[in-house]
Write a protein that binds this ligand. Structure first.
Ligand SMILES: [Zn+2]
Length: 470
C-alpha cells in the first residue's frame, strides 16, 4: 500500500492524507482547507492533486475546518463514496461548513471588489469573479454522505480493510483512526492521531492511544514547546476577572474558537459560579456558531469526560448561569463592546482574524483597564500573533491602533498536547516498536524539535506530496 501526504505536511492546516491499497482501493483521511496563506487560498484549495472520483472512502477525524473544510468541494468534483466519522462530528461539521461558506463569501466579495477598484472598471465579468469553493447544496450532499460510527468498534469496510475509531480528546467527537490492511498475506496497521487533546482537559476525555500499530501518523502542533500557565483553569479565570473587571472595572476580552474553547471557558465559569466564587460580572458569548455548538455538547453529554458528567448530574446544566448572555444580533454585539460597565466577552475566532472578535478588540485595545486574553494557538501573520509580540501598536482593518490594554496569554484551555503530552501519547503507543512515525500538522520549527525529542530514525517529517510504500 502507499501513503501520500497531500496536506498538513510541513505546516498545520489542510490535513489530507491518502492510503492506496495495492488493489487500487483508495481512502482519503481528512479533507481540510489549507489556509496557511490567505492570498493563496484559491490556489491551494480549489483543485485536488488527484481525481476525486478515484477515492472510494473518506475518513473524517473531526469537524474542524482544517480537517473537514474541503469535503463539499471533493463531492462537487466527483467523489461519490461515504464519509465515516463519529456521530457528533456529523452534526458539528455541518455547522462548521456553513460557517466556512459564509467566511468564503465575505472573502470572495472582498477580493472581487478589490479587483474591481484596481481595474477602475465595472464589476469583473462573471467568468473572472472569484467564487466560493462550493455552495450550500454541496454541504447538504456532504452531510448526507456522512455515516456516524462508534468509538472502539471494529468496522469492516471490505475483505481487506477494517477501521476503528479511538477517542482523541481535542473537541467533541474527535477521533484517532486505526486502519488495518490485509494484503499479500500480511496484516499491517496504520494509525492517524487526527488532532489530539490535552490530558486533563475541560469537558473532553483524555486521548486514547491505538494498540498494535505498525505505522503512526501523528499531529505535532505543539511538538516544539511546553504549555504555559495550565495549572488550574478556574483559579486562572478568577484571577483575570478580579484583576480586570472587579478591580479596574475593565473588560476581559477572550478570543476563542467557537467549537471547543468557548465551551471549556463557559463551563469553567459555571464551575466558579456553582462554588459561589464568580464575581457578579456579566459574561457575553458572541458567536452564533458557538451557540449552536454549545447545544451539541449538551446533546452528546455521554461522550464528555467524567468531570463534566458529574457536574451535569449535580447541577442539571453545563453551560448556563445567571450572568451569562448570548449575543446573536450584530447590533447587540457592537453595543456590548461600547458599554461602559465591566464585562467578560468571549468571541470568535481564536486567532483574532476577522469575525466579531476583531470589533471587540478594536473597541477595547485603547483602554488601559481592559485585558485581552489570548487562549490558544495563533498562526504567524494573524492579529493574535501580532498582539502577543507586545507591539505598541497594531493594524486593525488597515488602521494603526495604539495598544493600551493588557495582553495576556494562557494555555489552560489549549486543545492540543504540548511536547510532554505528545511524548506521553507516544509512550502509550509503544512508539519505539513502530516501523515509522510520520510527523505532520505542525510548523517547521515544531516538527523539527519534536523529531529531535523523539530521537529515533523511524521519525520522519514528510514533505507535501511525498509518497511512502508501507
Ligand atoms: Zn482540530
Amino acid at each position: 500500500m502507499k501513503l501520500t501526504f497531500w496536506g498538513a505536511a510541513g505546516q498545520v492546516t489542510g490535513s489530507m492524507h491518502m492510503l492506496k491499497l495495492d488493489s487500487g482501493y483508495t481512502v482519503l483521511i481528512d479533507c481540510g482547507l489549507d489556509y496557511e496563506n490567505r492570498d493563496d487560498f484559491e490556489a491551494n484549495n480549489r483543485y485536488f492533486p488527484f481525481m476525486p472520483e478515484d477515492i472510494h472512502l473518506v475518513i473524517l477525524t473531526h469537524a474542524h475546518i482544517d480537517h473537514s473544510g474541503n469535503l463539499p468541494n471533493l463531492i462537487r468534483q466527483g467523489f461519490k463514496g461515504q464519509i465515516l466519522c463519529t456521530d457528533p462530528t456529523v452534526e458539528l461539521a455541518k455547522n462548521l461548513l456553513l460557517d466556512s461558506l459564509n467566511v468564503q463569501r465575505i472573502e470572495s466579495n472582498r477580493k472581487n471588489s478589490a479587483r474591481k477598484s484596481r481595474k477602475k472598471s465595472k464589476r469583473p465579468a462573471k467568468s473572472e469573479q472569484i467564487a466560493t469553493l462550493y455552495t450550500k447544496h454541496h454541504i447538504e450532499l456532504t452531510h448526507d454522505a456522512m455515516v456516524g460510527i462508534q468509538f472502539n468498534r471494529v468496522f469492516e469496510v471490505n475483505d481487506q480493510l477494517t477501521i476503528e475509531f479511538f477517542p482523541a480528546g481535542h473537541i467533541l467527537g474527535a477521533a484517532s483512526v486505526k486502519l488495518t490492511v490485509k494484503e499479500h498475506g500480511q496484516t499491517k496497521s496504520v494509525g492517524f492521531t487526527g488532532d489530539l487533546g490535552n490530558y486533563n482537559s475541560k469537558l473532553v476525555v483524555d486521548p486514547h492511544a491505538m494498540p498494535g500499530l505498525d505505522y503512526l501518523i501523528t499531529e505535532s502542533t505543539y511538538g516544539g514547546r511546553m504549555h504555559l500557565h495550565t495549572s488550574n483553569a478556574e483559579n486562572l479565570m478568577l484571577k483575570y476577572i478580579e484583576d480586570t473587571c472587579v478591580k479596574y472595572k475593565g473588560k476581559l476580552v477572550i478570543p476563542a474558537f467557537s467549537v471547543g474553547r468557548t465551551q471549556s471557558i463557559i463551563f469553567t465559569l459555571n464551575q466558579l459560579h456553582t462554588k459561589g466564587l464568580l464575581p457578579p460580572v456579566k459574561v457575553y458569548t458572541d458567536s452564533p456558531l458557538a451557540i449552536k455548538t454549545t447545544r451539541l455538547y449538551t446533546e452528546f453529554i455521554e461522550q464528555l469526560n467524567d468531570e463534566a458528567k458529574t457536574f451535569f448530574k449535580a447541577n442539571g446544566k453545563l453551560f448556563t448561569f445567571p450572568n451569562l448572555y448570548t449575543i446573536d444580533e450584530d447590533f447587540d454585539s457592537k453595543m456590548v463592546s461600547a458599554m461602559p460597565e465591566p464585562a467578560v466577552i468571549i468571541s470568535a475566532a481564536g486567532m483574532v482574524e476577522g469575525g466579531r472578535i476583531q470589533e471587540h478588540i478594536r473597541h477595547n485595545i485603547g483602554d488601559a483597564y481592559s485585558t485581552i486574553l489570548i487562549a490558544g494557538y495563533c498562526a504567524e501573520g494573524t492579529l493574535g500573533a501580532e498582539l502577543l509580540k507586545g507591539r505598541p501598536s497594531v493594524s486593525i482593518n488597515k488602521k494603526e491602533r495604539q495598544v493600551y490594554a493588557k495582553i495576556e496569554r494562557t494555555d489552560a484551555f489549549s486543545a492540543h498536547p504540548d511536547q510532554e503530552g505528545l511524548m506521553k501519547y507516544l509512550e502509550a503507543s509503544d512508539y519505539k516498536k513502530l516501523k515509522q512515525i510520520f510527523l505532520v500538522h505542525g510548523d517547521p520549527d515544531s516538527l523539527t524539535k519534536f523529531k529531535e525529542r523523539i530521537g529515533l530514525d523511524s521519525a520522519v517529517i514528510p514533505e507535501m506530496e511525498q509518497e511512502f510504500t508501507l
